[in-house]
Design a binder for this molecule. Structure first.
Ligand SMILES: CC(C)(COP(=O)(O)OP(=O)(O)OC[C@H]1O[C@@H](n2cnc3c(N)ncnc32)[C@H](O)[C@@H]1OP(=O)(O)O)[C@@H](O)C(=O)NCCC(=O)NCCS
Length: 317
């Protein structure tokens, strides 16, 4: 008879304490350099306030926590595991613990009309790359392959001098005033002709959900998100999300027939100029590792590679 037991719970103070200590004692990935459990407790409390977990899955061995994962709703049909989860004690029975958690996650997804679950490994760097490789081996072994590989770039704005740009001769409008359907069409046509793996592998309803989440998110910055118009037609857009200490370019692109004329560079520099005027100190952007056009463009502007984010997804389509 196994000594392991899967339990699902809601957040409360004592769960946060228990989980923080557990994560601290089993530090991996993004938690590797955390100096005390308090740092993890603060992070978990903060993230719970902003994005409450929908479900907490815990495995206990004789009552003691030995593995856990939280499920957070991303869009109507997509859920994310909390970062670097599941986190599991490295013991002889770790595979058994992981299997129990996976079973719980799959059961939950099936009874809640979820079409995809994303496990995100953010901030991968030289320090924690081995942690990721260990996790990836387990995910791959379960047939849960890599679905996204993004490079995360940042640009410090304090001493950044925005180079002069030519006038584009197109209309620039705050995105909040754009027609949502026209914008969706532009977004859809733009990313259909891109190297963005996540978009290309998503179902039509997932694409729509992701788009709506981008423009209706609490993080959406209406003063830094723009569309560019050629007459009445929207042909380009920048959607910015405000995070703790940075502005993040969440979605960005232009229609195929407007490309390779320096327009995207111009759009980005205009947005950065507005960020500087608003006192922003840092801008970040995530780009699919295969998207060399976008990557080269960001590098040319002066962005530096900060880390990588890899996602493993379970699809139920
Ligand atoms: C990535 C993307 C925004 C670039 O748009 P763009 O307007 O073509 O970008 P720019 O013209 O400013 O620069 C792109 C390239 O065109 C080149 N270019 C610029 N002006 C040019 C001109 N007049 N003639 C020829 N090439 C030119 C640039 O040097 C650059 O080349 P490089 O990548 O080899 O260095 C666009 O391809 C796109 O929307 N892709 C799909 C969505 C996407 O991937 N978004 C980014 C997600 S992170």
């Amino acid at each position: 008879m196994t000594e392991l037991e899967l339990i699902t719970e809601g957040w409360n103070e004592s769960i946060i304490d228990e989980v923080s200590n557990f994560v601290f004692n089993n530090r991996i990935g993004v938690y590797r350099n955390t100096e005390d459990a308090d740092g993890i407790r603060r992070y978990l409390t903060n993230i719970q306030d902003r994005f409450p977990a929908e479900k907490i899955l815990m495995v206990r061995r004789k009552g003691t926590l030995c593995g856990w994962a939280s499920l957070n709703r991303d869009t109507k049909s997509i859920v994310e595991l909390g970062r670097w989860q599941p986190i599991i004690e490295q013991t002889d029975d770790e595979d058994e613990i992981a299997n129990l958690l996976l079973e719980g996650i799959l059961d939950y997804a099936k009874s809640n009309e979820i079409t995809r679950i994303d496990a995100k490994f953010s901030e991968i760097n030289d320090n924690n790359h081995e942690d990721y490789q260990r996790c990836a081996k387990w995910f791959n072994g379960k047939g849960i392959g890599k679905s996204e590989d993004d490079v995360y770039l940042t640009l410090q704005l304090e001493h950044f001098k925005v180079p002069r740009t030519d006038k584009l001769g197109y209309w620039l409008v705050w995105l909040q005033y754009a027609d949502e359907e026209d914008l969706y069409k532009c977004y859809h046509d733009t990313f259909s002709k891109s190297q963005d793996t996540e978009f290309l592998n998503s179902s039509e309803s997932q694409k729509r959900e992701k788009f709506e989440q981008a423009i209706h998110s609490d993080l959406f910055n209406k003063y830094l998100s723009f569309v560019w118009k050629d007459g009445e037609r929207i042909f380009g857009f920048v959607i910015v999300h405000s995070r703790n200490e940075e502005e993040h370019i969440h979605l960005f692109g232009i229609l195929d027939e407007y490309r390779r004329k320096g327009i995207a560079k111009n759009m980005l520099l205009k947005t950065i100029k507005e960020m500087i005027a608003g006192g922003c100190k840092m801008v970040s952007i995530g780009v699919d590792a295969k998207n060399t056009t976008a990557y080269n463009l960001y590098k040319k502007i002066g962005f530096n590679v900060n880390s990588r984010m890899i996602v493993h997804s379970i699809n139920f389509k």
